[in-house]
Design a protein around this ligand. Structure first.
Ligand SMILES: N[C@@H](CCC(=O)N[C@@H](CS)C(=O)NCC(=O)O)C(=O)O
Length: 241
């Protein structure tokens, strides 16, 4: 592990880029944070020019001046930081751990299943309305994913088991900040409620959110009902006359 990594995190506020400062705060790794405001919903030109996809987060690693690194994808960034800079692979579980497969599964669950499902549901609501079978199908898939996650968290403190890991960091934002885009009422999901409460109790999470999104109401994001959705986003998704 390098003694002093030189990392720059590009974060579009109110978005999944928050995962990276949170991870870095958990690991006590210093970093520089570059913040961007949505313009009005998507990335501003300054962020678009940072990396070809124009999306957040982007990580720059300037630790080795001979080999500057710049890349995107929150999951890839999380794995990179842990592999390169986390002392003893902290926040990941290795192949000899009994919960290894659970760790990998839940590490990928947010981006691969839950988040894409939530986005599809929002799109279906906007395009065909909640009475349409296509919305109902998307909603049923989201509910299945939520019940599955809830039952995991009814019997485990954290997604990978009894240890807090990067899987929790990847998934947290789907219930905190992402609910500003797609609502989820957690009343019937007591396992997820308890997990969110434990996340809210983590100092590193609070520190990261204070730096990355100081204007965001963290308590709303951690609440059972969730934050108020951003009206402009709902309108942008609604192509149904
Ligand atoms: N799969 C990517 C998704 C990146 C992404 O879509 N980020 C959103 C922030 S929530 C974004 O930058 N949206 C603005 C835009 O695409 O213009 C990841 O996990 O990093």
């Amino acid at each position: 592990m390098s003694s002093s990594p030189k990392l720059i995190v590009h974060h579009l506020q109110v978005g999944q880029g928050e995962r990276i400062p949170w991870l870095l705060e958990e690991l006590n790794i210093p970093y520089e944070l570059k913040l961007y405001k949505r313009s009005p919903l998507l990335s501003p030109p300054e962020l678009k020019s940072v990396y070809p996809l124009g999306a957040s987060p982007v990580l720059e690693d300037l630790t080795d001046p001979a080999n500057p690194v710049k890349f995107a994808e929150s999951g890839a960034i999380v794995e990179y930081i842990i592999a390169k800079y986390a002392a003893n692979g902290k926040l990941a579980l290795g192949p000899n751990d009994k919960q290894f497969s659970e760790y990998l599964y839940w590490l990928h669950f947010a981006n691969a299943t839950l988040q894409s499902g939530l986005f599809r549901r929002g799109l279906a609501r906007g395009m065909v309305g909640e009475q349409d079978p296509r919305y109902k199908g998307a909603d049923a898939r989201v509910r299945t994913a939520l019940s599955h996650m809830d039952s995991r968290l009814q019997s485990n403190a954290w997604l990978a088991g009894d240890q807090f890991t990067a899987a929790d960091v990847m998934t947290g934002w789907c219930f905190t900040t992402m609910r500003k885009f797609e609502p989820i009422d957690l009343t019937e999901y007591e396992g997820i409620q308890g997990w969110l409460k434990r996340i809210g109790g983590r100092e590193a999470y609070r520190r990261a959110m204070g730096k990355a999104d100081p204007e965001l109401d963290v308590e709303e994001g951690l609440s059972v009902k969730g934050p108020k959705v951003i009206e402009m986003f709902v309108k942008a998704m609604a192509t149904k006359p």
